[in-house]
Design a protein around this ligand. Structure first.
Ligand code: EPU
Length: 417
C-alpha cells in the first residue's frame, strides 16, 4: 500500500520538466514486436504500467529492460503469442498487444485486460476492426483467441474514435497485405506519436492527427532509436495543482497545444497562462472563479483524463462549476472522497456539480483510480492541514516520482511505501 502524506497550503512555485507520456509509451512498447527489431527508447517514464508492459515483452521471449528513462528491447527472439491472465490483468492497455501479436505471428491468445475501473470498457471496437483485416477472433468473456489468419488491408469505419481500437488497428494493419484506411480514427497526440514510431521502423503510414489514417506495410528496419513525447495529462495535473495552490509554475518540454483545452479552462478560472512552443507558465493568485460547464470529449476536446484534476482545482473556485463526463460511465469515483476535505460537490449520472468553498481541510482519503488519486493530491495540496491518501498503487501507474517532482516545486508531500 502506498501512503501519500501531504501538508497542504503551500504555493507551488518553480520550473518542472514534464515526464514522458505513459499512454504514448505503452502502444510503442507493443509496436516493438511487429518485426524482429532492436529498439532503444528514450524518455520512457518509470511507472508500474511500463513495468507491466516490459514483463509482457519478456514473457513473449523478447529482451526488454529499463535503465532510468531508457528502454532497450530486442524482439528478434519472440517465441510466444499468448499472454496469461496475471500479466493481462495489470492494465487496460495490455490489449494493444493483441494487434501487434496478430501482425507478427498471425495469431494471439490473451485474457481480457485489467486497468482502472472507469465503467464497462468493452473491446468490441477493437475486435470489429481486427476482424475486417481478416483476423479470426473468438471471445468468451474471459479470453480472446485470434486463430491463425492472413491479414489483408481494408477500409474500416470506426463508429467512435476509440484510442485503443485505433492503436490496435494501426498495429495490425502494419503487416497486412495491401493498404488499410481507418476512418473515424482517434486524433490524440499519442496516436500521432505511434505513427511517428511506426514510420521510424519502416511502415508507410500517414494521416494520424486527423480522423483518417492510411497504413501500408513497408521494408522494416532492424535497429531504431526513438523518443517518447511528454505527458500532457501529467502537465495538466501540475498546472491544476499550481492553479489550486495560488502558485506560479513553468512546465518545460511540452507543447501547450496538446493540453490547450485544460489551459483554456484554467485561464477562464482566473489563472494567467503564458506559453510558447515548448513551455507554459501557469500563475494563479489563489482566488479562482467557477468556469461554467466543462464537457469531456475525444481529442481535441477536453480530455477525460484531466477531468478529475480540474475538478480538484475548482473546489475553492467562487461560484458553481459543472463537469459533464461523456467518455467513461464511472469517472466521478473521487467525488465522495473529495467531500471529506469539506468540498461542496455532488454528482449524479454523468454530471458533477461543484460549489466553491472558502477553505478545504486535510482529511484521509482512499485513491479510487489513477486520475482520481491524482485529483486527491491536487486537492490535498490546497487544503489546510494534513491529508493522507491510501493508494493501492494507482497513482504510480501514471505519475513518475510525483512526490519528488512536487517537492521540487515547494510542496510538503512524501510517499511512504
Ligand atoms: N469503448 C467501447 N468499445 C471499445 C473501445 C472503447 O465502447 O471497443 C468505449 C470505452 O468503454 C470508453 C470510450 O470508448 O467509454 C473511450 O475508450 P478508448 O478506447 O478511447 O480509451 P482507451 O484506449 O481504453 C485510452 C487511455 C485512457 C484514456 C482514454 C480516452 C491509454 C493506455 N489509455 O484508453 O487513459 O482515458 O484513452 O482518452 O492510452 C489514463 O491514462 O488514466 C487513462 C484511463
Amino acid at each position: 500500500m502506498d501512503i501519500w502524506h501531504i501538508r497542504g497550503g503551500r504555493r507551488l512555485e518553480g520550473v518542472s520538466f514534464v515526464q514522458g507520456s505513459k499512454n504514448a509509451s505503452l502502444p510503442i512498447l507493443a509496436a516493438s514486436i511487429l518485426a524482429p527489431l532492436q529498439c532503444e527508447l528514450h524518455n520512457v517514464p518509470q511507472l508500474r504500467d511500463v513495468d507491466a508492459a516490459l514483463r509482457i515483452l519478456r514473457h513473449l521471449g523478447c529482451r526488454a529492460e529499463q535503465r532510468g528513462n531508457e528502454v532497450y528491447i530486442d524482439s528478434t527472439g519472440l517465441s510466444g503469442c499468448s499472454i496469461p491472465h496475471h500479466l493481462m490483468e495489470e492494465m487496460r492497455s495490455s490489449v494493444i498487444f493483441m494487434g501487434a501479436l496478430i501482425a507478427r505471428c498471425g495469431e494471439a491468445r490473451l485474457s481480457l485486460p485489467g486497468g482502472c475501473q472507469l465503467g464497462k470498457r468493452p473491446i468490441d471496437l477493437h475486435v470489429f476492426a481486427l476482424r475486417q483485416l481478416g483476423a479470426e477472433i473468438e471471445e468468451n468473456g474471459m479470453e480472446i483467441q485470434c486463430f491463425p489468419s492472413r491479414l489483408h488491408g481494408a477500409e474500416i469505419f470506426l463508429p467512435f474514435p476509440s484510442v485503443g481500437a485505433t492503436e490496435n488497428t494501426m498495429l495490425s494493419a502494419c503487416m497486412a497485405k495491401g493498404e488499410t484506411v481507418i476512418h473515424g480514427a482517434a486524433r490524440e497526440p499519442e496516436i500521432l506519436a505511434l505513427q511517428d514510431f511506426l514510420q521510424t521502423i519502416g511502415v508507410h503510414i500517414s494521416g494520424a492527427g486527423s480522423d483518417t489514417i492510411q497504413i501500408e506495410r513497408g521494408p522494416m528496419k532492424k535497429n531504431v532509436v526513438s523518443r517518447i513525447i511528454p505527458d500532457r495529462i501529467v502537465a495538466s495535473t501540475i498546472a491544476c495543482a499550481a492553479a489550486a495552490t495560488g502558485g506560479d509554475v513553468e512546465l518545460r518540454g511540452i507543447d501547450p497545444k496538446q493540453f490547450s483545452t485544460v489551459l483554456h479552462f484554467l485561464n477562464k478560472a482566473g489563472c494567467d497562462i503564458m506559453n510558447n512552443n515548448r513551455s507554459v507558465r501557469v500563475r494563479s493568485d489563489g482566488r479562482l472563479r467557477a468556469i461554467g460547464e466543462v464537457v469531456t470529449e475525444p481529442y481535441p476536446g477536453f480530455p477525460t483524463d484531466a477531468q478529475p484534476v480540474l475538478m480538484a482545482a475548482l473546489l475553492k473556485a467562487e461560484g458553481r462549476s459543472l463537469i459533464r463526463e461523456t467518455i467513461f460511465e464511472n469517472r466521478f469515483r473521487q467525488v465522495p472522497e473529495l467531500r471529506r476535505l469539506g468540498a461542496d460537490i455532488s454528482s449524479s449520472g454523468q454530471l458533477a456539480e461543484i460549489w466553491g468553498v472558502d477553505r478545504l481541510h486535510g482529511a484521509a482519503m482512499t485513491a479510487t483510480d489513477l486520475r482520481g488519486g491524482a485529483a486527491m493530491i491536487v486537492a490535498g495540496l490546497s487544503a489546510d492541514g494534513e491529508t493522507v491518501i491510501c493508494d493501492d498503487g494507482h497513482i504510480t501507474r501514471g505519475y513518475e516520482h510525483f512526490d519528488m517532482r512536487l517537492r521540487s516545486l515547494g510542496a510538503d508531500i512524501y510517499l511512504e511505501y
